[in-house]
Design a protein around this ligand. Structure first.
Ligand code: LRH
Ligand code: MN
Ligand code: MN
Length: 388
C-alpha cells in the first residue's frame, strides 16, 4: 500500500459546487467576449455543468443566482438537474443590480428599500424549498464611497435587523451564509468587509447562520488559512467561494495564481475537520472565464482543488505535531513542504481510471466533441452572461 492509497477514501468523498454563472459570458469593464456554444438558459448551464462532473466525478452540484437563473418551475429545474446526475446547490441572492439599492439594500435608511431586499431573500428561500437547496448565500454590495456619506454604525444595526428577518424565515435544514468582501463596488467602506464583521453578524443570528469565505475577497498578503483555522475553531465556517486572484477580486481559476496558498488553506480545512463526510463546509467555486473556454476552465478548477487536497492529505500530521512540539522549526516546515512538492498527478490519473473515469479529464473532454456540438446547436437566442 502506497501513501497515496491511504488517502483515496477521503478523496472519493470530495464534492465541489459549480457556479451557474461560470458557464455564461463574462468579462472586464472593458469588454465581454462571447464564445460559440455559450448557454442561453439555466438548463443549458446545467447541461454544461454535468459535463464537468462526468469527466471528473467531482462536481455534483450547481449553485444558482437569482434573478439570473430565474425560472417559472424550480421543481422541474431540480428534476432536469437530477436527470443529469446533479443537484441544485446554494442559492445566491442579488441586491446589487437594482436602482433602488444605490445607497444600500439590507442597510438602507429607507425601511421600504430594506423590505424590498428582505422580500427578495424570502423569494430565494421559497426557491430553496423547491430546489432542495440547503444554503442561502448573501453577498452585499452595500457600502459608501466617502467618509461621512453614511452612518457606518447605524448601517450595522439595520443590517442586523434585516438579517434577523431573513434568518427567521429559514427552514429547519436551511442555512444562511454571509459573504464578506473588503472593497468593491463601494470603496470607502463596505458593510460586510471582513470575516470578523460577518462572524459578529451571523453569531448574533444563531446556529444556522455561518460565514462564507471567498478567497478573492481579501487584501493582498492576508493569511487566509489563519481565517479558515479560526472560523473552523469557532464552528462558523459555512462555505467557500474558491477562485484565485493576482490583484483584486479577479475570479480566476482556483489554484492558478497561488497553488501553495490553496494547499495551505486546504490543510487547515482538513486539520479543522472541515473536509470529509461529516463536514458541513460547502466547497463552491465563484469564478468567471473571460478568455478561456468555460467548461474546460471549470474542469481545470476542480482538478486543481483535488490536486491540492491530495497533497494536503499527504502531510504526515503525526510527524508534524512532533516537530512542532519539540521546537523543530525547519523540520516542521520541511514536512509541510515535502507534501506540497509531491506531484500527485500520476497517482490521481491512475486512481481515476480505476474508478471508471478518464485519466485526464481535460483531454477526454476535448476529445468528446461536446464543445463543437454545442457551438453548432446553440444558435439563436441570447447568450447568458454574468449578470444576465
Ligand atoms: C461578489 C461575489 C458574490 C456574488 C458573486 C457573483 O464579488 O463574489 O459571491 O454572488 O460575486
Ligand atoms: Mn463570491
Ligand atoms: Mn467576488
Amino acid at each position: 500500500m502506497t501513501r497515496f492509497d491511504t488517502i483515496t477514501t477521503q478523496l472519493a468523498a470530495q464534492a465541489i459546487e459549480l457556479p451557474s454563472w461560470a458557464f455564461g459570458n463574462s468579462g472586464t469593464r472593458f469588454k465581454v467576449f462571447s464564445t460559440p456554444g455559450t448557454p442561453r438558459t439555466i438548463q443549458e448551464k446545467i447541461a454544461d455543468a454535468a459535463q464537468v462532473n462526468e469527466y471528473t466525478g467531482l462536481a455534483p452540484k450547481v449553485a444558482l443566482h437569482i434573478p439570473w437563473d430565474k425560472v417559472d418551475d424550480y421543481a422541474a429545474l431540480r428534476d432536469y438537474a437530477g436527470e443529469r446526475g446533479l443537484a441544485l446547490g446554494t442559492v445566491n441572492s442579488n441586491t446589487f443590480q437594482d436602482d433602488a439599492y444605490k445607497f444600500g439594500s439590507l442597510t438602507h435608511t429607507d425601511a421600504a428599500v430594506r423590505q424590498k431586499a428582505i422580500d427578495h431573500h424570502f423569494e430565494c428561500i421559497d426557491i430553496m424549498h423547491a430546489t432542495g437547496s440547503a444554503d442561502l448565500k448573501i453577498w452585499l454590495a452595500d457600502g459608501t464611497n466617502y467618509p461621512g456619506q453614511g452612518d457606518i454604525r447605524g448601517r450595522q444595526d439595520r443590517l442586523a435587523a434585516s438579517l434577523g428577518a431573513i434568518y427567521a424565515r429559514l427552514g429547519d435544514s436551511q442555512r444562511l451564509v454571509l459573504e464578506y468582501k473588503f472593497f468593491e463596488p463601494a470603496f470607502y467602506h463596505t458593510d460586510v468587509p471582513d470575516w470578523g464583521t460577518s462572524y459578529a453578524q451571523v453569531a448574533a443570528l444563531g446556529d444556522k447562520a455561518l460565514v462564507c469565505l471567498d478567497t478573492g475577497h481579501h487584501a493582498p498578503g492576508t493569511n487566509i488559512e489563519f481565517i479558515v483555522a479560526q472560523l473552523l475553531r469557532l464552528g462558523k465556517l459555512g462555505s467557500f467561494d474558491f477562485n484565485s486572484r493576482f490583484y483584486a477580486d479577479d475570479d480566476l481559476i482556483v489554484g492558478a495564481a497561488d497553488p501553495f496558498q490553496l494547499f495551505r488553506i486546504l490543510y487547515e480545512v482538513i486539520r479543522g475537520d472541515g473536509f470529509g463526510p461529516d463536514s458541513t463546509v460547502a466547497f463552491m467555486l465563484d469564478q468567471c472565464h473571460n478568455v478561456e473556454d468555460k467548461i474546460p476552465g471549470q474542469i481545470r478548477s476542480v482538478l486543481n482543488v483535488q490536486e491540492m487536497t491530495a497533497r494536503a492529505l499527504l502531510i504526515d500530521r503525526e510527524a508534524l505535531t512532533a516537530a512542532q512540539e519539540s521546537g523543530d522549526v525547519l523540520g516542521a516546515n520541511g514536512l509541510l513542504m515535502d507534501a506540497f512538492y509531491t506531484d500527485v498527478r500520476g497517482d490521481l490519473a491512475a486512481w481515476r481510471e480505476s474508478r471508471g473515469l478518464a485519466a485526464d479529464p481535460m483531454v477526454a473532454y476535448a476529445a468528446s466533441g461536446y464543445q463543437q456540438q454545442v457551438a453548432a446547436d446553440r444558435v439563436g437566442g441570447t447568450q447568458a452572461g454574468w449578470g444576465a
